[in-house]
Write a protein that binds this ligand. Structure first.
Ligand code: 5GP
Length: 192
């Protein structure tokens, strides 16, 4: 997605060799017009898949999930990053390793909002090692929901998550794929 690549090139900030900050338009301050274009593009890619729910993970996924859900005209459900104490019997849960904080946490979703009748589009802001996606895929499996698509805003193609999730057979599309990045040499985009 050209618009997103241009914005990343202009306003993204590379931290070290592995972290990209997009706080000025996607992760903290949000450019709602860009977000709407992201929702439209996800609909262009997956609009024929019979999607009944868009699911994502809090916090950064929520805005993206809502932007997509508006085009699909279906609800957006986000997995909560829960403290174990809150995990009740009526929830699906999965353990996720955080790329940005390097710790493990549980995600939960109420069984009321996802079932075997659902066909899901999973969305998130970033794809690095794929832990967040594997957690969301596990929740879909627990619910018996089918996965009609996975849409990621920014895939860091030099990290293994994308290749692994595609090898598992999931229809994963990323709107921008970063081939390489460094503080001094900037960002190179690619395709998958
Ligand atoms: P993964 O689970 O694929 O290793 O990492 C994806 C999750 O970690 C995303 O939900 C995202 O919030 C966070 N993340 C991974 N890489 C980056 C990055 O370069 N920048 C930011 N802002 N978040 C990232």
């Amino acid at each position: 997605m050209k618009l997103l690549e241009e914005r990343i090139a202009r306003d993204g900030r590379v931290i070290g060799s592995e972290i990209l900050k997009v706080d000025s338009f996607l992760n903290h301050q949000i450019d709602v017009e860009l977000l709407d274009e992201i929702g439209k593009e996800l609909y262009r890619l997956f609009g024929n898949e019979g999607i009944t729910k868009v699911i994502t993970i809090e916090a950064s996924g929520i805005a993206i999930g809502c932007a997509a859900a508006r085009y699909f005209k279906v609800p957006c459900v986000f997995a909560k990053k829960a403290r174990s104490l809150n995990i009740g019997k009526d929830t699906y849960t999965a353990r996720v390793h955080s790329f940005t904080y390097d710790n493990d946490y549980d995600i939960t979703m109420s069984q009321s909002y996802l079932s075997s009748d659902d066909r899901v589009l999973i969305v998130d802001d970033f794809l690095a090692n794929g832990a967040a996606l594997r957690g969301l895929i596990s929740i879909c499996e627990q619910a018996g929901a089918s996965i009609g698509g996975i849409g990621i805003c920014i895939e860091k193609g030099f990290q293994p998550g994308g290749e692994e999730i595609r090898a598992m057979g999931y229809p994963l599309q990323s709107l921008a794929v970063i081939e390489s990045m460094s503080e001094h040499h900037g960002i190179t985009f690619g395709t998958r």
